[in-house]
Design a protein around this ligand. Structure first.
Ligand SMILES: [Zn+2]
Length: 112
């Protein structure tokens, strides 16, 4: 996330320095950076809330007791036991979101 901010700031710096000269860039950055960081922060908070809204495995099994009949966990919508585990924001994310491979709905979360 910060990497993207730094790269875009660097590219913007390059562009603005060529177009307006070096005095102008710091004014632009001073105005823009709070807005940009607020935007990223708001996105992160909303995104985290989306993850927290999914039930944990225990909550999922107490809401759908028949989804675990002793042979693994089943999808509460279609009954499939083909459940995929995705990293929430990417493959390396330890926040895992488990979704049904058949009807593609998010079922529960593990990790945090
Ligand atoms: Zn399903």
């Amino acid at each position: 996330m910060f990497f993207v901010m730094y790269v875009s700031a660097f590219l913007f710096h390059y562009w603005a320095a060529r177009k307006f000269g070096y005095g102008f860039i710091w004014i632009i950055l001073a105005v823009l950076l709070p807005f940009i960081s607020t935007f990223f922060l708001a996105f992160k908070v909303l995104n985290d809330r989306k993850y927290i809204n999914f039930p944990t495995l225990e909550e999922y099994m107490s809401v759908h007791p028949r989804s675990n009949a002793g042979m693994g966990i089943y999808c509460s919508q279609c009954g499939s036991n083909h459940i995929r585990s995705w990293g929430f924001s990417g493959p390396g994310d330890i926040r895992r979101l488990h979704s049904c491979a058949m009807c593609n709905i998010g079922l529960y979360r593990t990790g945090f």
